[in-house]
Design a protein around this ligand. Structure first.
Ligand SMILES: [Zn+2]
Length: 153
């Protein structure tokens, strides 16, 4: 077997060394995904995107969020009120910067995605805001996914 690469949409543990991640990702992707960095608000690719589709993990391709749960938070980062499914992301208590926050990571490859906040009064079904870095995501527009129903725009 020559090419063990190509982990299509398999959700499962993705294990790579930090060197391998460094080779595969751009410096900015590496900084956010592997060093829990944060992109500057209003600079990311997806903060204001309304395209119907599925958001994958930029590092491993696992499907994490969909446009159906994305909402306009005007915070400068893509915001979702829920992940695609239970178990696609995992949560870690983050006490850096003197704040109690919940970090959100991809459960397949353990890459940093962003944080989740609660009770901010956004009027979404969960009143949660998954505040995710654009650089941690890759949008696959609905036409190229299997449930081709381009729902709301
Ligand atoms: Zn991942």
């Amino acid at each position: 077997m020559s090419t063990p690469e190509k982990a299509e949409n398999t959700v499962g543990p993705v294990v790579r060394s930090e060197d391998e991640w460094r080779r595969e990702l751009t410096p900015e992707e590496y900084h956010v995904l592997r060093q829990a960095g944060t992109e500057r608000p209003y600079t990311g690719e997806y903060w204001d995107t309304h395209t119907a589709g599925v958001y994958q993990c930029r590092a491993c391709g696992a499907e994490l969020f969909t446009s159906k749960e994305k909402f306009d938070s005007h915070c400068g980062w893509p915001s979702f009120w829920a992940p695609l499914a239970e178990g696609t992301v995992r949560y870690i208590h983050d006490r850096t910067l003197g704040m109690e926050r919940i970090e959100v990571r991809c459960s397949a490859c353990d890459s940093h995605l962003g944080h989740v906040f609660e009770g901010e009064g956004y009027g979404t079904p969960t009143d949660q805001r998954y505040c995710i870095n654009s650089v941690s995501l890759r949008l696959v527009p609905a036409e190229s996914t299997e449930d081709g129903q381009a729902a709301v725009s």
